[in-house]
Design a protein around this ligand. Sequence first.
Ligand code: NAD
Length: 500
Amino acid sequence: MTKIVNHWIGGKTAEGASGNYGPVTNPATGEVTTKVAFASVDEVDAAVAAAKEAFPSWSRTSLAQRTTILFRFRALLDQHRDEIAELITAEHGKVHSDALGEVARGLEIVDLACGINVQLKGELSTQVANRVDVASIRQPLGVVAGITPFNFPAMVPMWMFPIAIACGNTFVLKPSEKDPSASVRLAELLSEAGLPDGVFNIVHGDKVAVDRLLEHPDIKAVSFVGSTPIARYIHTTASANGKRVQALGGAKNHMLVLPDADLDAAADAAVSAAYGSAGERCMAISAVVAVGSIGDELVEKIRERAEKIKIGPGDDPASEMGPLITKAHRDKVASYVENAAAEGCEVVLDGTGFTVDGHENGHWIGISLLDKVPTSAKAYQDEIFGPVLCVLRTETYEEALEIINSSPFGNGTAIFTRDGGAARRFQLEVEAGMVGVNVPIPVPVGYHSFGGWKDSLFGDHHIYGNDGTHFYTRGKVVTTRWPDPADIPAGVDLGFPRNH
Ligand code: NAD
């Protein structure tokens, strides 16, 4: 029987009243296993109304009570790690260990939210003028929305809602329609943890639901994570509607390898970061830039390792890499490899013919490795979002830096070297929001912030860390005078107040 995933509104399941549903496929089998409700404008309005109704009471709930609920949610999440990872694998396809990693990184943001009282401490200056004190405080915005991508169905929502609700906002999530089940389980756990009804809501669906969130007058801020064209659209549309927006987009992350690097460590890192999660990570390494004479040796070391990767269903413990999200995406990824030779690339490994016996309808593709890739090749220019690694060759560090800085994307990047001076120079000169030194996927911990530059992020705020708290609150400055009972009234003074 086909499973049905419904919306979550006002603390309970809300059946898809519009009657519109979309299919959810198990990528390892190609089978449609689930129907997910697609929200109409009225259903989005119902979720926003529930969140609006919950806001006055939730925003006045003490920090101690809010964090008590978040601590309970953290404990439940910890207990249910495996179950959530299984839901992710069944709809996304990634292997179980990778899905567990995603839950762990989401849990890190819940940890941060449990300590929100520290981040929300205001500032106070006493005696700024005679008997005048000034306090700066931060207050929640109201109803805020999150729109999230398929590739991290649990972690990316958890980059957003724990901080948003800890700050006193209420939340409406629009998860990816491709793998919606994990988010609903998170909603159930929040409810079990004691979160009042309406503080966290989910509407599933497509552009209809997203567009309504972007224009709804009661939505005060929008957090988005997804591809660059949609991130740009979300930023433009929600900003035009007067909302605060952070919209994280796509990526093409480069790993620069200097001639003095430990090439075995660099090859291990390149293979893990390029092919982990079948390349469907915004922090995947998709381009290695080999500097100087090491190119041939590095490519050979990458090839040796990449060839050994075990590809299979995500729920098979022997699998290291699973299938791609959809058949259409699989075919698009394959087309880059099929056209690579004609575009001047040397095809070292071609994964396009790969399949898994007994799972022939799965969205399979094997490992592809392209060498001597020209910057004019589509395989280099586009975000492929699949297990395809491009290697580019340069003579010098400067040429390599120029290539990286010319990319329209600026999410993450890494340098591999033993030279501290070169690494330091790279940190300062490279145009990307997250930099790794001998670390291929430099995803910041929860108490720092995550975000790219250029076409990888539209808006001023990175996500989580101090930026997250800042994004989900607005400042208020209170100037207070409490006269001493012995004061003589100052009398009327029409001059502009001077502090003395
Ligand atoms: P996507 O942009 O297709 O979808 C993201 C969300 O937007 C989904 O909820 C989807 O339903 C919605 N959406 C899609 N088309 C829309 C439209 N025309 N109008 C309104 N809403 C629309 O992204 P995806 O394929 O789900 O995820 C993969 C992309 O996300 C990659 O580009 C990846 O790099 C990016 N990503 C970025 C980060 C980051 O932190 N920068 C993290 C994860 C994923």
